[in-house]
Design a protein around this ligand. Structure first.
Ligand code: SF4
Length: 219
C-alpha cells in the first residue's frame, strides 16, 4: 500500500533570542535587525546621536547567522499581521522587545501588541526610538498592562523631553539615556543601568505611574 503524505507550505516563525550575553544574559528577547531598518540608518547619520555610535552594527556585521535570523524577524514582523496560531508562547516572566533594531512600522508594533496580549503572564519591555509610530498608535489603542515602554533618547547626554513631545500619558514609561563618562562625571549624573543583569535589576519591567529615568554609560 502506498503511503500518502500531506505537503504543507513552509511556515517561517519568529526567532526568540534566549542566549544573549552581558546585561541581557538570562533575559529572552525578540528583535529585528537595525541593518535593514531605514529609520535606524537615518538616525545613525545624526551627529551627536547615540545611533551614530551604534555598537550593535559592529556586532551584527560580525555575526551573519544571527543577523540573518533578526532580518527574518524584521520581515515577518513588518510585512503582515502574524496569524494567531503562529504567535509564540513566551515561556518566561519577562521579555525584551528590540535589542538589535527598532519598530519598522505600525504592523510591526501591532504584531508585538498581539504577542503581548497572547502572553499575559509575561511582562514585556519595548525599547524604541521610533517615537512617532508608538505615540500615534497609543492615541487610539489601549496600552496592555503587561507592557512597559522604554523611550530611548536619541541624543547622547540629553534625555528625551516627554513634556514637549508626548500629549497623552503612557503607563510604565521609562526614559533611557546614554551618557559619556566625561559628561556624567561633570554633571553628577547617577548611572543606574549597567552594573547588574536586567533579570536581576528589572527596572525596565516594573510598573510606574510617572516616567522614570534610566541612565547608562556609553559603551
Ligand atoms: S535599567 Fe536594568 S532592566 Fe533596564 S536595561 Fe538597565 S539593567 Fe536592564
Amino acid at each position: 500500500m502506498k503511503e500518502k503524505f500531506a505537503i504543507y507550505p513552509q511556515c517561517k516563525l519568529l526567532s526568540i533570542s534566549q542566549g544573549l550575553t552581558g546585561k541581557m544574559s538570562g533575559m529572552p528577547a525578540i528583535t529585528s535587525s537595525m541593518l535593514c531598518n531605514e529609520h535606524c540608518q537615518k538616525l545613525s547619520a545624526i551627529t551627536g546621536s547615540v545611533c551614530e555610535k551604534c555598537y550593535t552594527k559592529k556586532y551584527l556585521l560580525s555575526r551573519p547567522n544571527t543577523e540573518h535570523c533578526y532580518r527574518e524577524n524584521s520581515n515577518l514582523l513588518s510585512s503582515s499581521i502574524i496569524p494567531k496560531n503562529q504567535i509564540p508562547f513566551i515561556n518566561a516572566a519577562f521579555c525584551r522587545l528590540e535589542t538589535f533594531g527598532d519598530i519598522i512600522n505600525v504592523t510591526h508594533l501591532q504584531n508585538y501588541i498581539n504577542i503581548i496580549k497572547k502572553n499575559p503572564h509575561c511582562v514585556f519591555s519595548l525599547f524604541t526610538k521610533n517615537y512617532a509610530t508608538v505615540f500615534n498608535y497609543f492615541q487610539t489603542h489601549k496600552q496592555p498592562s503587561n507592557l512597559s515602554i522604554v523611550i530611548s533618547s536619541l541624543m547622547l547626554n540629553n534625555p528625551f523631553n516627554i513634556a514637549e513631545n508626548l500629549s497623552l500619558p503612557l503607563k510604565n514609561l521609562k526614559i533611557f539615556t546614554v551618557y559619556t563618562k566625561q559628561y556624567a562625571e561633570k554633571n553628577g549624573v547617577v548611572i543606574n543601568c549597567g552594573k547588574s543583569r536586567c533579570i536581576d535589576c528589572k527596572r525596565c519591567y516594573t510598573k510606574n505611574k510617572n516616567p522614570i529615568y534610566i541612565s547608562e554609560l556609553l559603551k
